[in-house]
Structure formats: structure tokens, C-alpha cells
Design a protein around this ligand. Structure first.
Ligand SMILES: [Zn+2]
Length: 321
């Protein structure tokens, strides 16, 4: 079964100002590298649809959703409203709400394509990212939590009982943890149907995370000196036994590539080979328990060339090239 890439050109339009690292050039770097690698002929490509606003409530309070929509800057009679700050380093311009809707929409579309058997696995080349967005607050370049919405959607629409979210961005997925612990648990769902594994450079943004080895939250901090060997050893020890025990029916990936050695967002020093290794391992687990179903969603990654090459390695892993 084919692997797909889902995105939309409007995800490139959200703009937080000159020189901001989370910018539309990241998506261009990915598509350039996909073309250079020849992968654009191998994968199936899909335009995402904007998410239905009601689906955001799967992971966020209605009050927060309305806050973002009501304050989104617009253009009226050729006049552009000023940017609006949703939270710490999460700023909306007139294009942002549209980008948000296509970005979250891609994650939900990817779940549909994988669950309906059109694709074996899918990568969402989208922005803004989502894993720092908590159930009632945006922060850290994120507005809505794309992977958490997709995870809840997979359960609601397809009746899945066990959904794993794995996050290898160099920053902790605090938003995803918050939603699982504080929102899913409090709603009709309990948190037992989720497993969240997050690796991150210790004491990096958002600065407040503690190691956890107890499901549903597996938090795996990495020392600044971490290279591929230590990364692989940590995940082999902490993630894989938990995933095998959990037996996920789908694996959703928060795919951030900012732990790459060329990315100055962190001191951790991974390479494309490490992302390929992890993708292979996750694919093996998905094949064993989830009929191979993987939905991977772009989070960070701010060195354009390294980001493009890492995404190619990741997609080659999904394909099994
Ligand atoms: Zn990050």
C-alpha cells in the first residue's frame, strides 16, 4: 500500500515576522528535497482540506477555540489588522487562521486515508506545528494540537481503543501531555486509551518537564551531549517496551527534526540516519499491532537543508526503501 504526503500551499502563508525560524521556507525546503530525491514520484500527494472547527473541540476547550477564531486578524477594505498574540511566541497574522485550519485538517485527513486503507502511512508536511498547544492555550509557535486532535478523531470516528503518539522533536510535547492528562481524562474518554512517548533535550523549552516512565506518559529527557547512539539506547530502553505492551492500533508521530546536528535550536546531535532508524523501528511496531498504520505530522526543524534531508530519510523509512 502506498505512502502519502499531505499538505496545502496555504500552510506556507502564516508568517510571524522577518527572521522568525518557524516560517514558510521550511515547507519549501521539504518539497525541494522531495523533488531532488525523486520521492515526489514515489509517494501519493494530497491537498489537505481545512478542518471542521467542531473537530478542534476534541482536544481544546470551546472557549480557547473561540478566542483564536474571534481574534484572528483580517483584512477589511484593504486595511490589514494588526497581528494578534495568542500566547508565548504564537502570533497570528491575517493568513494564520487559514494555515491553522489546513494544518490541522491534514492530520485528520491523514487519519481518514490511513484508516480507510487508501494509504499505509502518511506524512503531513504542514505548519503551524502543534505539540506545544495545550487544551486551553497556544504557545511555542503552536495554536492547536494537530496530533492530539488526530488521535482523538481516530478514536471517535473509527472506534480505536489504543492510540500511541510518539514525539521525537527536540522540545517536549507539553501540549500533547497536557491534553492527554487533563482534557482526555476529564472528558468522556479516559487517558488509558493513549500512550504518549516524548524525547527532548533536558531543560530546553518549555523548561518544566520531568522524566516519566509510567504510562500513559513516557517522558525521556536527553542530555545536551546526546548523539545517535545514546538516543537509540534511550528509546530502546524506555519507548519500545512501553509500545509493545500497549499494542497501539495506530501510531501518530509528532515529527520534529530540530534535534539534528545542523539545527542550532538545540545541542543534541542527531543525523538523518537516526531519524531513519527510529522510523524503521516504529514501522516494525505498527506492522505488528496496527496493520502498519502511521500518521506522521511535522513539528519543528529549523535548518532548512537538514530538515529536507531528514524528512526524506523519514519518508524512505515509511516506504521501506
Ligand atoms: Zn521543537
Amino acid at each position: 500500500m502506498p505512502v502519502g504526503i499531505i499538505g496545502h500551499y496555504r500552510c506556507g502563508e502564516h508568517d510571524m515576522g522577518d527572521h522568525h525560524p518557524e516560517n514558510g521556507k521550511r515547507l519549501s525546503a521539504i518539497s525541494d528535497q522531495l523533488i531532488r530525491s525523486g520521492l515526489d514520484y514515489v509517494v501519493r500527494q494530497f491537498d489537505s482540506k481545512p478542518i471542521d472547527k467542531s473537530l478542534l473541540a476534541l482536544a481544546h476547550t470551546q472557549k480557547y477555540i473561540d478566542f483564536v477564531f474571534d481574534n484572528a486578524p483580517t483584512e477589511v477594505n484593504g486595511e490589514t489588522e494588526e497581528n494578534f498574540t495568542v500566547g508565548e511566541d504564537s502570533v497570528m497574522n491575517t493568513k494564520t487562521l487559514t494555515s491553522i485550519l489546513y494544518s490541522a485538517g491534514a492530520a485528520v485527513d491523514a487519519v481518514d486515508l490511513v484508516m480507510e486503507g487508501t494509504l499505509c502511512s502518511a506524512f503531513c508536511a504542514t505548519r503551524p506545528p502543534g505539540h506545544h498547544a495545550e487544551h486551553n492555550k497556544g504557545m511555542g509557535f503552536c495554536f492547536f494540537n494537530n496530533v492530539a486532535v488526530a488521535a482523538a478523531y481516530a478514536k471517535q470516528k473509527y472506534g480505536l481503543k489504543r492510540v500511541a503518539i510518539v514525539d521525537f522533536d527536540v522540545h517536549h510535547g507539553n501540549g500533547t501531555e497536557d491534553i492527554i492528562k487533563n482534557y482526555f481524562k476529564a472528558s468522556s474518554e479516559d487517558d488509558k486509551g493513549y500512550l504518549f512517548c516524548s524525547s527532548y533535550q533536558d531543560a530546553l523549552y518549555p523548561f518544566e518537564t520531568e522524566e516519566s516512565v509510567t504510562p500513559p506518559i513516557i517522558n525521556t529527557p536527553l542530555a545536551t551531549t546526546t548523539k545517535g547512539a545514546q538516543f537509540r539506547e534511550k528509546l530502546t530502553t524506555h519507548w519500545f517496551p512501553a509500545l509493545h505492551k500497549f499494542k497501539p492500533e495506530i501510531i501518530i508521530i509528532s515529527a520534529g527534526f530540530d534535534a539534528h546536528i545542523e539545527d542550532d535550536m538545540s545541542q543534541v546531535s542527531l543525523t538523518e540516519a537516526d531519524y531513519r532508524w527510529l522510523t524503521d523501528e516504529l514501522k516494525t511496531i505498527a506492522s505488528e499491532y496496527a496493520e502498519g498504520r502511521i500518521v506522521s505530522v511535522l513539528e519543528g526543524g529549523y535548518a532548512p537543508s537538514a530538515l529536507g534531508r531528514s524528512v526524506v530519510a523519514h519518508i524512505n523509512g515509511l516506504i521501506g526503501n
